[in-house]
Structures are given as C-alpha cells and as structure tokens.
Design a protein around this ligand. Structure first.
Ligand SMILES: Nc1ncnc2c1ncn2[C@@H]1O[C@H](COP(=O)(O)OP(=O)(O)OP(=O)(O)O)[C@@H](O)[C@H]1O
Length: 277
C-alpha cells in the first residue's frame, strides 16, 4: 500500500541543506545524429548549470531532445560538440565512478530475479560484499515503502511498486545524482500523485540532485526547483524557470494561485515556441 501524503511529507524545518556546488555544467553543447535521411539536430547550443541538491525538470514536446540530453549527461550518448562536466569531472568518469543512478520510463526489472536480487545487481557489478549489499537493499527498500517485498518477483508487484523498486535500485549505490526519464509516465494519475510525493520525500531525505524528464506541466511544477523548457527542431533550451514555490510541496499546493501562475508561465513558454515553429 502506498503511504498517505500526511505520513510522507517531511517538514522543511527538519532539513538542513548542504552547501551547493555545481553538479552539472553544460557549455554550448550540440548533438547531431547522422542518418541516411539527413542529419537530426537533436540538441543545439545547450548551456545549463545545475547545482547540487536541486530538482531540475526538462519539459518540452515530443522529440525536443529531453531524453537525449539526459543520456548525454549519463554518457550514454556523446555530444557532437561542446563541453559537459558532471560533478567537476567528464561524463565518462562520472559514469565509470557510478556517480549517478538512472531510472527509466519502464521499471526495467529482470523478471527472473526477485526484488532483492534486482536491487543487488549494480552492487554485484561494483563488487560490494553480500553484507554491504543487504544493508543497502534493506535501507532503500524501506525508504520506498517496499520493506516486505524483498522476495517478490516483479510480476507480483503493481506498476507503481515496480517503479519504486527501480528507484531503490538506483539509490542503492548512494549516487549524488539521480537521472530520471519520465519514470511515472506509464502510471495512472492517482498512483503518479503518490509517487511524486514519495519522490519529493526521498529527495529531501537524501539531498540528492535530481534531473527529471516529464511531459506533464503539473508534475514539473509539483516537483521542481527549476524547470528547463525545451523546443524541438533543433532541440534547444528556451527558458529556465526558477520555481518560487517551497522546495517541499504537497498535493494541496495545486490549488494555490502561485502553482497556477508557474504552470501558466511554462505553458506560455511552450506555446510561444510552437507558434514560432
Ligand atoms: N539514436 C538516434 N538516432 C537518430 N535519431 C535519434 C536517436 N535518438 C533520438 N533521435 C532523434 O532525436 C530527437 C530527440 O529525441 P529524444 O528522444 O531525445 O526526444 P524527447 O524530447 O525525449 O521525446 P519524447 O518526449 O517523445 O520521449 C528526435 O527527433 C529523435 O527522433
């Protein structure tokens, strides 16, 4: 069962923020996918700075390069030009040093492994001892509310529970950075609401940096400290909006005029770019 909003919200007063450093620095980055039908300019002249502890959402229409930008940060795609630093090192070093955890749109759990074994996989690859693995698994399955599901297989869990297991798996190596590509896109609206609140709680407890891809304006407003609005052909950043809302938000905030004002600002930025198109 999902925890209620009341039980999951952490008071802002209980959180002592760490000093900020530059977690991601992107300088004039472009990426062209060559294809036999002509080059695809997926990203064009991207400049972006993301500070540690921030929750940054990429929003934009389908095909604007949100996933590609996330994959470049993760060193799963190579930029054609420009510079990128992740926590002061290049993206390849950040990947090899397992600086980030990556959560995909689908939970991507291995069906022949139970939840404990799925969470263990990245730690097995990293060479952690079974005792260290179990300690981390217990900690993070508890954090996502799956403490009683170690021995269950993915097909025995709901879609939301599977996605929580994949978040636990990404957290097990305790990365400073969480890269999330539309992790709740396939969930129904009620489950998605709960997952958003759960994610805010985890983010607040762990003080990680989160980079989050979404199509949903409401989700971006509910979660983010900063919203990066992107436009397609070629994919570029049209606006970075710093949220005036508190870091920790409740679902009730969606009725607040400030929430609507921010959603409207994002909508206008998106519509403006479409008008130009
Ligand atoms: N491996 C690839 N080879 C060629 N083109 C690609 C490749 N990956 C992505 N593209 C193209 O790059 C552009 C950006 O794609 P990307 O998946 O990053 O967009 P997106 O904003 O995440 O879209 P969506 O919201 O639909 O997931 C699109 O035109 C896409 O077709």
């Amino acid at each position: 069962m999902l925890a209620t909003e009341e039980t999951t919200i952490v008071s802002e007063a209980t959180v002592t923020e760490k000093p900020k450093r530059e977690m991601i620095a992107i300088d004039d980055l472009s990426l062209i996918f060559p294809s036999k039908d002509g080059d695809v300019h997926a990203l064009s002249n991207i400049n972006l700075s993301i500070k540690s502890g921030d929750f940054v959402s990429f929003i934009g229409p389908s095909g604007c390069g949100k996933t590609t930008l996330l994959r470049v940060i993760a060193d799963l795609e190579k930029a054609t030009s420009g510079n990128l630093k992740v926590n002061g090192t290049d993206a390849q070093d950040a990947r090899l040093n397992r600086l980030y955890g990556y959560v995909f749109q689908a939970a991507a759990l291995l069906p022949w492994r139970n939840i404990q074994q799925n969470c263990a996989l990245p730690m097995e690859i990293s060479g952690l001892s079974p005792a260290q693995q179990n300690k981390q698994i217990d900690k993070y399955l508890k954090m996502v509310g799956l403490q009683d599901f170690h021995k269950k297989f993915p097909w025995q869990l709901s879609g939301g529970m599977q996605q929580r297991a994949s978040i636990a798996r990404a957290l097990c190596l305790n990365p400073d950075l969480l890269l999330m590509d539309e992790p709740f896109g396939a969930l129904d609206e009620i489950t998605r609401d709960h997952m958003n609140i759960e994610l805010l709680r985890i983010w607040s407890e762990t003080q990680k940096t989160v980079v989050f891809v979404t199509h949903s304006i409401d989700e971006a407003v509910l979660l983010s400290t900063h919203i990066v609005v992107m436009s397609p052909r070629p994919g570029r950043i049209v606006k970075v909006i710093e949220s005036p809302l508190p870091r920790l938000k409740t679902l009730a905030l969606r009725d607040d005029p400030a929430f609507h004002a921010l959603a409207s600002e994002i909508r206008t930025a998106l519509a403006h770019e479409h008008a130009i198109d």
